[in-house]
Design a protein around this ligand. Structure first.
Ligand SMILES: Cc1cc2nc3c(=O)[nH]c(=O)nc-3n(C[C@H](O)[C@H](O)[C@H](O)COP(=O)(O)OP(=O)(O)OC[C@H]3O[C@@H](n4cnc5c(N)ncnc54)[C@H](O)[C@@H]3O)c2cc1C
Length: 215
């Protein structure tokens, strides 16, 4: 039996209107936006929870606004998001221009994951889109639990993953980055004999394809 199991729970959700309180560039490619608003009863207990943000378009109903997935960072009675800024994306363009008073609608998280038990170690791998989730995992890990954390663009991330030392015992792997990380991370798990159900592997975006594109 493994030292831990991943427990997934459905959450009740509704759409909430949020307003930008402040926004600031962390660096030229990364922007943090703090929002407040209809957050009564809202909860995001899991490190890799994600929500859907709907970005306003004048003159069309909210249900048809473009939407993208992001990792919420609860901050007291408010919520922050961190956006990788890149060329030609609805979410990225919105974040780049976001300032106090701008509106967005948030749905979710619809489900959450908890780790029941104590992994012997954590491997947390991501590109910058996964920085918020990785930081949330780090905040939840006991201080003396060994961890390997790599945040890098996907090719370097895959290289660093394959160069990780031997990992004895039952540990937890989180890997989220550009879609090509998925196959590489699955191969990594297999090569190290790590069960797939001890891991969360996600493609957060696809090079050359909008999140609107059919899967
Ligand atoms: C569960 C989950 C959680 C996520 N959390 C976060 C988060 O907290 N912060 C965050 O920044 N992203 C996060 N993402 C990724 C984000 O949803 C995608 O990057 C999304 O495609 C951005 O939408 P967009 O409108 O800016 O670009 P899109 O319209 O989707 O894409 C337009 C173009 O930009 C490219 N592109 C998209 N994303 C990137 C990128 N990051 N770098 C370079 N080029 C890109 C596409 O390949 C496409 O060519 C998360 C994704 C998932 C599934």
């Amino acid at each position: 039996m493994s030292a831990f199991t991943l427990i997934r729970t459905e959450l009740e959700t509704r759409r909430r209107e949020l307003v930008v309180v402040s926004a600031a560039d962390v660096d030229p490619d990364y922007r943090r936006v703090l929002l407040a608003g209809e957050l009564d009863g809202w909860t995001s207990p899991g490190a890799d929870d994600h929500v859907r943000l709907f970005f306003p378009v004048e003159g069309i109903p909210m249900e048809t606004w473009p939407s993208r997935e992001f990792t919420p960072i609860p901050v007291g009675p408010a919520v922050a998001f961190e956006f990788v800024l890149h060329d030609g994306g609805v979410a990225s363009d919105w974040a780049r221009a976001a300032g106090p008073g701008d509106r967005v609608v948030m749905g979710g998280p619809r489900r959450t994951m908890a780790i029941d038990g104590e992994p012997a170690w954590y491997v947390l791998l991501g590109d910058r889109t996964a920085e918020p989730a990785i930081r949330r995992f780090l905040a939840s890990i006991p201080e003396d639990t060994p961890r390997h954390v790599v945040i890098a663009d996907t090719p370097q991330l895959i290289e660093a993953m394959n160069a990780l030392p031997e990992l004895p015992g039952d540990g937890f792997v989180f890997a989220a980055a550009e879609q090509s990380v998925v196959a590489a991370a699955r191969a990594f798990l297999e090569s190290r004999g790590i069960p797939i159900d001890s891991a969360v592997i996600k493609g957060y975006w696809r090079r050359g394809l909008s999140a609107d594109a059919p899967k």
